[in-house]
Design a protein around this ligand. Structure first.
Ligand SMILES: [Zn+2]
Ligand SMILES: [Zn+2]
Length: 370
């Protein structure tokens, strides 16, 4: 991986004009029509650098994340990951070196499908059948685009070469360029008898079912790449990739933190004081949580291994149970009496605090001169 700025020989804060100028200079040295064969790779690299840095959006993405950021953004409509350099040359130079007739077959476009998954799916992994709108290679013509029994015929305008030569003016001076033949769109052949099934597209639209394995521990927003499971390309072109984006639904009482889960258990103050065992709903059914005597509100009990499965390795996270001690809101007279007795026993009856020991109390004492 080479730095785009270095490739063009400009600084990181070069202006668009400087980038253009630097590219022209490099392109003059490397363009196949001028430098001849042997510089294609370098020319492609420099052109790619220019294509990125001359586009403010792409430049920003590149500045933020390098080439990976651009590759990550590819495929979803932009198609930047596999730049069509032929088209790019044409826009830059009004032509391009002749490369023989183009193939009708192209790779399909990558697609993205969002899948809603529950916390249970994420914790244990799941299998899903997903309906997608996609293209498959036309069964009638097998991708040839021609009606059965016929073949594409050689284009008479370009004699099958797919291109016509002409002298063109460009910023590099007058160069001999070849442009795509307008009769056959550069394919070198014409389809005399189009396949009716696919209107000569070589592929047909279908609703397909895709089987997806969702691994345990997958994070919300993760894209699972299903290589070659995307749409078929036109004219028998290869299948694209399908990306499954995971959308994790919120669970009513379990909160996910990585592979650990968090929940709350509300217990009465008597249980907190005396200790008890309480049932708790978990992903693994009802589990007993043992509360130690003297438990405080906010104390945590950890249930090992009841969290989310680790991604592509053994084991699971833990379930953290946060204890909330509830003070009774309504008590009857008998309960009140018992609590008062308890308070008295513990010296907590609070009728007349002997001495206000709070900071504020001490401050008050001071101010009033006691
Ligand atoms: Zn067909
Ligand atoms: Zn032609």
């Amino acid at each position: 991986m080479s730095d785009y700025y270095e490739l063009l020989g400009v600084s990181q804060n070069a202006t668009l004009e400087e980038i253009k100028k630097a590219y022209r200079k490099k392109a003059r040295k490397l363009h196949p029509d001028i430098a001849g064969e042997g510089h294609e790779e370098e020319f492609k690299k420099v052109s790619r650098a220019y294509e990125t840095l001359s586009d403010p959006d792409k430049r920003q993405m590149y500045d933020l994340g390098g080439e990976d950021a651009l590759n990550g953004a590819s495929g979803f409509g932009g198609g930047f990951g596999a730049p069509d350099l032929g088209t790019f040359f044409q826009s830059m130079f009004g032509g391009g070196a002749s490369r023989g007739p183009a193939s009708r077959a192209r790779r399909g476009q990558d697609s993205l499908v969002a899948v809603d998954v529950s916390l249970e799916d994420v914790a244990f992994g799941a299998h899903r059948s997903i309906e997608v709108d996609t293209y498959v290679t036309c069964a009638s013509c097998n991708g040839s685009c021609c009606s059965p029994g016929t073949e594409p015929v050689t284009c008479s305008s370009c004699n099958g070469s797919g291109s016509v030569q002409r002298m063109a003016r460009s910023f590099l001076g007058n160069v001999m360029t070849s442009t795509a033949c307008s009769t056959c769109q550069g394919f070198g052949t014409v389809i005399a008898s189009p396949c009716k099934e696919c209107s000569a597209q070589g592929r047909t639209h279908v609703r397909d079912t895709i089987e997806v394995d969702i691994p345990a521990g997958v994070a919300d927003g993760t894209r699972i790449r299903m290589s070659g499971r995307g749409e078929a390309g036109p004219a028998g072109g290869p299948h694209a990739d399908l990306y499954i984006e995971i959308h994790e639904e919120r669970h009513p009482f379990l909160e996910r933190h990585g592979d650990d889960l968090l929940t709350e258990l509300r217990i009465p103050m008597t249980a907190a004081a005396l200790g008890a065992t309480y049932p708790l709903d978990t992903l693994d059914g009802t589990q007993d949580v043992s509360i130690k005597p003297g438990t405080q509100s906010g104390d945590e009990v950890i249930l090992d291994g009841l969290g989310v499965g680790h991604l592509r390795r053994h084991g699971r996270g833990d379930l953290h149970v946060s204890i909330v001690v509830e003070t009774p809101r309504h008590i009857d007279s008998q309960q009140r009496e018992l609590l008062q007795q308890l308070a008295a026993l513990r010296g907590e009856d609070g009728v007349a605090p002997a001495k206000d020991e709070s900071v504020l109390g001490k401050l008050k004492d001071k101010l009033s001169g006691h």
